[in-house]
Design a protein around this ligand. Structure first.
Ligand code: 26Y
Length: 819
């Protein structure tokens, strides 16, 4: 035992300095005098790890020792954000580290800037996974997050002449101090080949898969520390490596160069995150990624975390896997394969176990975002899995036919394997059939999921469907990102809110306290100034601190309607430029955009170009100095969000009703005291209900109205013809006012809005401008505005991801915390 004991370094300044210098000297191999900032950062990160290590090892030992049920979160994306500050916060080391570094003549502020954030996700779904594992650790619920260690995360966005240009994200280049590779726990993963039947020793006929090639999955472990509770969970990300056997056969053939090439081929699997976040391309490599991480993860849990001879009929007592969208759904046939082919359980028993082990979260409403794998591809890459899916489908459809005799239309609609437009496997159907529970991510979304996306399924299995409204971690997005507001809150109500966000309700009376409101405004102003400084250094913007800060940050997508936001800005610009309104009559505003477009999403990229063009026109007009400014900092990511969100006055959540599943940025803004201008969509609905309709600027079509307008036949040009300001704004863009007089530059964007406008921006334009006028009027009364902003903070406790996790635990997982 004594030999096993891991002791953390003393949590005082001397203890820290000793350990830090030891890491610098023995870990980095440099003296303090010669150390670069990167050396210092790496040594610091490793030092901080040491403080968490004992708890981590204990949690891992406990998992193997005690028969507790764990959550296996299966997600192709984890958008983690920087690790250093999160670890310091969890371990309560910020003071000690700041002082200790100062003794060494170093500053924490400088070192934290050295960290490249792990951007292993596209947007909301990946960030949600990161918030969830943070909350589970804080709630002391055992969880292993499983995913992919992409060598290149989400691309780094740059602008060249206002257009998006993607650069590879080399987040590992300067070292990765937060990860622990465990090559000894590697898992083999096979692909392709064929299946064959054979007679087993016991005389039964069985199937085996004879694969054609394979790779090795090497796990990299990351600590997921709970907030000051001594719990450290694990995030286990898999990296693909070539197998020795694979190489050898080619080496033996004498072709060294081909052998090395084969290695590269295998390692491609975890090379890069796919940057599309809504339209699946049906790319073979993506299916390889999905199967790769899921196969590694199931084998890891079933045969490594559990004993090799564990009685798998009891598997549901030890694990519940959550499928983060359809991306990991190939886990379902993989578990069947492990149970039936490898462990030789009877099919029905295996299916019973499998159904108890999986639950599925859907994150979309757009039909084009639902993954359908072409049968030919799936069959070629995973022949045994295809057979298993086929049998699951046959048994499922037999059930449907028994319950609804003669309704072949229904059978076709529900089939896991579709015939049209090509034969394909509908992963959402497979997930629904195999899962105990299926959930949407906000109330409205869950309702639409039942009524519109999976209506037949919700009819036959109403009890399967449930809602869990998303949440965000208050540690990263309030306590860490907004130290000034955190300090003010803690001074007023104590620090219990960090792990019990409902406590923010206690702020409610302070909204009526003039001196508290004044301090709240000071905090906002300080946060704005922090942002203005950052944008000056990071992007060269010269922005005033005074104006209202109006922020729209999210992936660039037509349904999110960045173009509607642009039409507002262009209208304000036009009002002044045409002399209809004096600049002095306008409520000064700074607009900030942050958005990456999928590299292949042409219209999204044109919109980015237009935002930049409008920004440069507006920013260079001397008449608008101090009145209107537009900033579009490149490469919006978690790190930028952490400075941007606390500074915002106004949060733009303007998707077409019925299209945004939930949104989570909306929650982060409200929690940091921004007011929302938003449609009746996703979690906006719940935010508005909780903060009160007086403290939320609602506008736009409601979801049923959208459906009606669609059914009638939506004609965007009729809105253009009947609204003079809208016409002027679009004409201005079309005439080249933002493209040096060139009318061609943005013709496609204008024409798309005028003739297609799939997401009805023109229909909502007037309502949006009216709502913005209400915003201006409200902002003019700063005292009333701060009251509303404080009420937003006080009433947003519900949106903690701790609450989301409790909902999953109560309604879906039925797991217990460990002491
Ligand atoms: C299949 C592939 C192309 C794909 C890759 C990533 C499809 C979707 C995604 C990511 C989707 C996503 O981020 N969805 C967002 O999930 C958030 C968390 O639930 C929601 O708040 C948000 O409304 C939803 O768009």
């Amino acid at each position: 035992r004594a030999l096993e004991a891991v002791r953390a370094p003393a949590a005082d300044v001397d203890g820290f300095v000793r350990e830090f210098l030891r890491e610098l000297n023995f870990g980095q191999g440099v003296s303090l005098a010669r150390a670069t900032v990167n050396d210092q950062y790496l040594a610091l990160a490793r030092t901080v790890r040491h403080y968490l290590m004992a708890r981590w090892l204990e949690a891992i030992a406990h998992q193997r020792r005690e028969p507790v049920k764990a959550v296996g979160y299966l997600s192709a994306e984890y958008l983690l954000g920087r690790q250093l500050d999160n670890a310091l916060l969890a371990a309560d080391l910020e003071g000690v580290v700041t002082d200790g570094l100062a003794q060494c003549g170093l500053s924490l502020d400088t070192l934290r800037e050295q960290e490249e954030e792990p951007g292993l996700g596209n947007g909301g779904l990946g960030r949600l996974a990161a918030c969830f594992i943070d909350s589970l650790a804080t709630l002391s619920v055992p969880c292993i997050g499983y995913g992919i260690r992409y060598e290149y995360g989400i691309f780094r966005q740059t602008f060249v002449d206002g257009r998006q240009v993607e650069q590879p994200d080399t987040w590992l280049a300067l070292g990765s101090p937060w990860e622990f590779p465990h090559p000894e726990s590697s898992q083999p993963v096979n692909f392709a080949g064929h299946t064959e039947t054979f007679v087993d020793d016991d005389g039964s006929e069985r199937t085996r898969w004879v694969p054609e090639w394979g790779v090795i999955g090497v796990p990299y472990n990351y600590m997921v520390p709970g907030y000051r509770n001594g719990r450290v969970n694990t995030l286990r990300l898999w990296s693909a490596q070539a197998t020795k056997a694979f190489d050898l056969s080619i080496f033996n053939g004498g072709d060294y160069v081909d052998a090395v090439r084969a290695q590269t081929f295998a390692e491609n699997i975890s090379k890069v995150l796919y940057p599309e976040d809504s339209t699946p391309q049906g790319k073979e490599l993506r299916l390889q990624q999905q199967y790769f991480f899921v196969a590694c993860s199931l084998a890891d849990f079933m045969f490594e975390v559990l004993d090799k001879d564990f009685d798998l009929t009891r598997l549901p007592e030890r694990i519940v896997f959550q499928l983060n969208d359809t991306h990991p759904v190939i886990a379902v046939p993989e578990m069947m394969r492990l149970l039936v082919d490898v462990k030789k359980l009877p099919w029905d028993q295996a299916w019973e176990i499998t159904r108890q082990c999986f639950n599925y979260t859907c994150h979309t409403l757009l039909p084009e975002a639902l993954e359908v794998w072409p049968v030919d591809l799936l069959r070629r890459l995973l022949p045994r899995h295809y057979e298993i899916i086929d049998r699951i489908n046959a048994e499922f459809l037999a059930d449907v036919r028994a319950r609804f005799p003669g309704d072949e239309m229904m059978v076709r609609r529900m089939s896991i394997i579709s015939d049209y437009p090509e034969r394909g496997v509908r992963m959402a159907h497979l997930a629904t059939v195999a899962s105990g529970r299926v959930n949407g991510v906000a109330e409205l979304h869950s309702q639409l999921l039942r009524d519109k996306v999976l209506p037949d399924f919700s009819r036959i299995w109403p009890e399967k469907f449930t809602n869990v409204t998303n949440g965000v971690t208050p540690r990263r997005f309030l306590r860490h990102a907004n130290p000034s507001l955190s300090g003010l809150i803690t001074e007023a109500i104590g620090d219990g809110w960090v792990t019990d966000l409902d406590k923010l309700q206690e702020l409610e009376p302070l909204a009526g306290d003039a001196s508290f409101r004044a301090r709240f405004r000071e905090v906002k102003r300080a946060n704005k100034s922090r942002l203005v400084n950052l944008l000056r250094e990071r992007d060269g913007y010269e922005l005033p601190v005074e104006p209202m800060l109006d922020v729209m940050v999210k992936r660039l997508h037509e349904y999110k309607r960045q173009s509607l936001k642009l039409l507002h800005i262009v209208t304000l610009y036009d009002r002044i430029a045409s002399g209809r309104v004096a600049a002095s009559q306008i409520q000064p505003r700074t607009f900030v955009f942050g958005a990456k477009a999928a590299p292949g999403y042409w219209m999204a990229k044109e919109t980015i170009h237009l935002i930049n063009a409008v920004a440069s026109t507006v920013n260079s007009d001397p008449a608008l100095e101090g009145v209107l400014h537009v900033a579009f900092p490149a490469n919006y990511n978690v790190t930028l969000a952490e400075t941007l969100i606390p500074a915002a006055d106004l949060s733009e959540q303007i998707s077409l009703a019925g299209k945004e599943a939930s949104g989570t940025g909306n929650m982060k803004f409200a929690l940091n005291g921004a007011l929302t201008i938003g449609t009746d969509d996703g979690a906006n609905v719940e935010i508005r209900r909780l903060v009160g309709e007086d403290n939320f600027f609602l506008f736009g079509l409601l979801e049923p109205e959208v459906a009606d307008l669609s059914a009638q036949g939506y004609v965007p040009s009729s809105f253009y013809e009947s609204d003079d300001e809208l016409k002027r704004a679009l004409d201005l863009i079309a005439a080249g006012a933002f493209s040096g007089g060139n009318p061609d530059t943005f013709a496609p964007v204008v024409s798309n809005l005028l003739h297609e406008d799939r997401f009805m921006a023109l229909a909502d334009y007037r309502a949006y401008l009216d709502a913005q006028a209400r915003v201006d009027a409200a902002y003019a009364d700063q005292d009333a505005w701060s009251r509303s902003a404080i009420l937003n903070v006080a009433r947003c406790g519900f949106f903690s991801s701790d609450r989301s996790m409790r909902d999953y635990i109560d309604r879906i997982w039925h797991t217990d915390p460990v002491s």
